[in-house]
Design a protein around this ligand. Structure first.
Ligand code: HPA
Ligand code: ZN
Length: 326
């Protein structure tokens, strides 16, 4: 259909994308071969990433990072993922980057990884017109003591490229408030905040993200729909949800897109944006997310443009950069 083709080609803004989770499987296999690293168990026979459920996904994800051991590897990864983003019409994206994988929390090493990624991103911006910014991310199941050096790396490199601090990992482990020290450190360094919440745990987790960590955005947050007073609070305070519908369906948070709450959240006034999370893992792309949402909810190009605009307005970049994507 005419309109769907137009929607597929719209310029897009992606706010929720894990740097390693965006690695094309062929890229990881290539590195494994170069380095003679055995990645059995990471891939299915058809070459796609192999995992059974969310917790297993996290362990496969971490296994794949075994081939990403130098700043140069991360530069190459940055180029590879931005090529895929650009092919999908993405003009601006923010990726979650973890000091835990990039130098293990050591600040000197972290600076080297960052420098390499920024150089690759600048080249991609020149070649493909796509802009990347970084959100330093701690990993929930590594615990609060590992989050602190990650937050310190974030605080020390905060600026016009590292624009935010966040947390991913297993939502079922620990409590958000245990990470408040790290989020406070990042906020004091001028970084904007986001955390994964309300994907696996219910509305109280989303409330804790807002009240205990005082984040401006929430990764997923979709289970807020189970508490309409909380939905109203999100709408009134303008907290932005980084919704990843394809990821949610692949991981079984919802059985299908038709039962996904993104449309109801939007109708109730919540600022919703659309992202892919870990596109090759979840067999999705930004193009596909836009098209399937438009099909499922009968959203026209105007609605999809509005969602993109919401994402541009919620991006953590400076105002000068924002002007280029609005
Ligand atoms: N969710 C939570 N943590 C993650 C993810 C994800 O999709 N990818 C990598 N870490
Ligand atoms: Zn995520």
């Amino acid at each position: 259909e005419e309109d769907l083709a137009g929607i597929a080609d719209l310029p897009k803004v992606e706010l929720h994308l894990h740097h390693e989770g965006a690695a094309p499987p062929a890229f990881i296999r290539g590195l494994a071969k170069e380095k003679s690293v055995n990645l059995s168990g990471v891939f299915r026979e058809d070459g796609s990433y192999a995992y059974r459920d969310f917790v297993h996904f996290l362990s496969v994800y971490e296994a794949a990072t075994e081939v990403l051991k130098t700043p140069r590897d991360y530069a190459r990864l940055t180029t590879a993922l931005l090529e895929d983003c650009a092919k999908n019409g993405v003009i601006y994206c923010e990726t979650f980057i973890s000091p835990d994988f990039c130098g293990g929390g050591d600040l000197g090493a972290w600076r080297e990884y960052l420098h390499a990624m920024q150089e690759a991103a600048a080249e991609a911006e020149r070649d493909m017109g796509i802009t990347l910014r970084g959100i330093v991310t701690c990993i929930r199941h590594f615990g609060p003591d590992k989050a602190r050096p990650a937050a310190r790396c974030a605080a020390e490199t905060a600026g016009d490229w590292i624009v935010g601090f966040g947390m991913g990992g297993d939502e079922n482990r620990g409590e958000l408030r245990d990470f408040a020290y790290s989020f406070d450190m990042a906020r004091e360094a001028g970084l904007q905040l986001t955390t994964h919440a309300g994907e696996w745990r219910g509305p109280s987790e989303v409330r804790s993200a807002v009240e205990d960590l005082r984040v401006a955005r929430i990764g997923h947050g979709v289970r807020a729909i189970e508490d309409l007073a909380l939905v109203d609070l999100l709408a009134e305070t303008g907290v932005v949800l980084e919704v990843c519908p394809g990821s949610n369906v692949m991981l079984g948070v919802y059985p299908d897109l038709a039962t996904h709450p993104i449309a109801e959240l939007r109708e109730r006034g919540v600022k919703v944006t659309v992202s892919t999370d870990d596109p090759p893992f979840f067999h999705t792309t930004m193009r596909q997310e836009y098209v399937t949402l438009a099909e499922t909810f009968q959203w026209d190009a105007e609605v999809m443009r509005e969602i993109t605009r919401t994402a541009a307005e919620a991006a953590f970049c400076d105002e000068e950069t924002r002007k280029t994507i609005l």
